[in-house]
Design a protein around this ligand. Sequence first.
Ligand code: MOS
Length: 694
Amino acid sequence: MSDRLQTAAVGAPLARLDGVAKVTGTARYAFEHELDQPAYMHPVQSTIARGTISSIDASVAEALDGVLVVLTHENAPRLASDDNRELWILQDERIAFRGQLIGAVVAESSEVAREAASRVRVAYHEQPHDVVLRADHEQLYAPEKVNPSFPTDTSEGDVEAAMQSAEVTVEQTYTTPMEHNNPMEPHATIAIRDRLGLTLYDSTQGVHTVRSSIAPLFGLEPEQVRVISPYVGGGFGSKGTSHAHVVLACLGAQMVSGRPVKLALTRQQMFALVGYRTPTIQRIRLGADGGGRLQAISNEVVELTSKIKEFAEQTATPTRIMYASPNRLTSHRLVPLDVAVPSWMRAPGECPGMFAPEVAMDELAVALGLDPVELRIRNEPEVDPESGNPWSTRRLVDCLREGARRFGWDQRDPSPGARNRNGWLIGSGVASATYPVYRMPGSAARICLGPAGAYTVQIGSADIGTGTWTTLAQIAADALEVPMDLIELEIGDTRLPMATVAGGSSGITSWGSAIVAAAEAFREQHGDQPDPGDEATAETPENADAENYAMHAFGAQLAEVHVHADTGEIRVSRQLGVFDAGQIINPRTARSQFIGGMTMGLSMALHENSVLDPQFGHVVNHDLAEYHIPVNADVGDIEAHWLDGRDPHTNPMGSKGIGEIGIVGVAAAIANAVYHATGIRIRDLPITADKLLR
Ligand code: MOS
């Protein structure tokens, strides 16, 4: 922040400003907005994975009392663009995956809509489908790039030759399963179509993102679409892009013009409609000299995409920057399948892509007889191995040392299976974490001085539960050098200045930079004695340092597990993370982000696994009874710490994003702890009791 900083709201552990509204139930989530004469929508989904609809009979559904309209591909309004096939629904008879939206009922009540939807009769011409990811699939192909715009393959030196001459090598294949985001608030949309355009109340990570994807589909100018989203009950990426149900609600609204159409997806529908993390198959090669210095590091990834839209998870990208090695290789190959479109899930790329290499590093440490913390320290790169740029800041070694100190790592007996207490085998493991610092161009903030001396700060950003209602106000207070109670923040509406999506942990960097720029513009334009009504607007400036520095957050994840020697039951008794994330804007909300991520990492390690039925092509365990996530009793002692300090290059606040790094590395740390406890190396997630009893 500027040298004029006096108030120092940034860094204060303030309680959420929206906390009272949330716990008293007055905070309106998407479905809860009160509108006159709402109608309710329930989707109809395909029950085959590939083929065409041969006939669809809505007559029984239409005859039900309270049904307003039944939408099918035969009567739905035409969409103006088929650029995104995921969103191009009800336009023809083709079926690309099981669960695809093929119709909907709009009715006077949600119960009638649901009942009527079940009475829509659909007949199909079914074709054989393929939903099984295999590393030797004949349709494997190299995408042009991986998300968001990284090269598909990279190669430096000669990994083959280095593996031949290395003193110690690890060569193994690791897998992570399909996983589904399950935010507390299921996806929901209210759509209202009138003469002027469309109004949406949507549960989303970005109102402007929704507008820019929806407006062209309906042939509307962006200004004709208003999206409102003040409160969101979690997204984790699944609300980072608009999915087809938003289009369905808009189509329904068009057919009952003027009436609000309310659509809340059920938990089960989410497993087909809002994206998921692709399963990955990762072949890792590590070669080291006798001192543990890497001579070769390689990750070759195979993952899936859908046939209707490519999604190329950037799984191998962390391997490109993590460790110093003269010989490096990464690649991504995709298999197009008859499945729903994969999408973002917390730390896409880094999260699955730090499981395989960080377990392999543990295997290398075991093979070398070297402490796994020390192995990582010995391979610390001075500069970014990929670009050759210096790090803006990289304090991974400090994180590892501080984590080891707090965890009591020096007490650890390195031999596996050495500790047995009352039939429980006890072990501990470590892994590194990393996540890039992204700054997205295109956000703007407007600041206006009101009559009573308070500043209205407007930016169309989101708070998906992370705390940005509070943290952006803190940034604004410091930038304007006023106390927090003189800041009136407005977010979550496309009537406010453009803001980029709450994704890629980029929110604070992108939006906070815009707010600081707007505050500087305000002072320049209006001096030290501004008048009520004075205002200024500024965009997120480009970061001149972005070309010259590699910018990433780092962290160390440590875990202790108890594994029952007879039953294989796994309890994670302790998790401890230490993070290098630059300036922490608000320690209270930051801690919540870190331990939330670490809990989701525990979930990945032990629980999450979307089981795709090869015969029918759907996720069988599509509810929270069968798709397991941790409950409170599954979480042991969990601590998040961070290194004090700020990054001089990332943004004016000196912060790095923190929404995603908390999950990265956790599954590897737990897998490594399970090995230490039992001597059994698990390379396929999730780690379940049956795998330990083989
Ligand atoms: Mo996050 S998966 O980048 O929304």
